[in-house]
Design a protein around this ligand. Sequence first.
Ligand code: ZN
Length: 319
Amino acid sequence: MIFILILSIISQILCEQTHEEEIKRDYCQLPDAVLADGVSATDFGTTGWNYANANNWDEIVVTCGGSFQSPIDILTSSATQEAIQPKIHYKNKASDVAYEEANKPYTKEYEGEYSEIDVTDASGLIVRYYAKQFHIHTPSEHTIDGKYYDLEIHFVHQAIQDEQQDCNKVKNTLTVFGLMFTESASASDYEVFKPWFDQNVTGEVESFDLNDFFQKMTDTTYYHYNGSLTTLPCSQIVNWIVFYQALPISPSQLNQFRSTFTDSTVFPLKQNNRPIQHLNGRKILKGTAITTGVAEIPNLEASYAFLVLVTLVMNGLFL
Ligand SMILES: [Zn+2]
């Protein structure tokens, strides 16, 4: 019996090793030499692209002058109803997977090998993505009926490459969710932002669940269109989903973000938002997402108990 138990423990260890290999991220490739967050070989700063020369980025990278650029003004009356109701829910969150602070001179950003999400693209095809990073812009980049919001978070997801998903059929390699925030004196500070500003807090966030933001919404209306990265190299590979309802942010946290962009040479308006781009005939779809649900956290202890049970039953049957 002890021998069988040892065997089952060994097989469990092997299983876990296999599982670790399985959760290694394989992404659909981006069409040009871009990282998912839009960083290119061209540097941000006084000698490269910055927010003082944002109207001339097409002179640095030609794609930035393309016809399907972001951000845009979302004219809500022009949006047509999306046929499906997507579920915005991150799954397979492992407790030991954290977001780490990324060193980006033009934003505040967390990067991580986080979790998986199914997203419907503008043609109605369901595409599987991994959440890769999220970062902020202040004020918002997108406007809704001409209105700017105090802050916009971009949640960046890159399509998954595996046996079940053919990357050639994925139109937009990236899906980015835009989530608006409005200053509110009664808002409490978000714990997840603190490592960006508090020297006493580590730059790693373990307990945070991306679902937390989306489950705070009472109205999950969103606008959906095909666009681009809003930083260089402006690649036109983004399935954009911009949520209508703004969440509250405290004056102190908003000021912390604003005070990040004080260098007037590269942030002349002390802002990191790209100017609004032309729609050029693109369709904007409108929908309502389902954002509630229970995270599917893998239960390794339960699977181990099951394996032992199976081993014992097999033992009883065959020995
Ligand atoms: Zn962004």
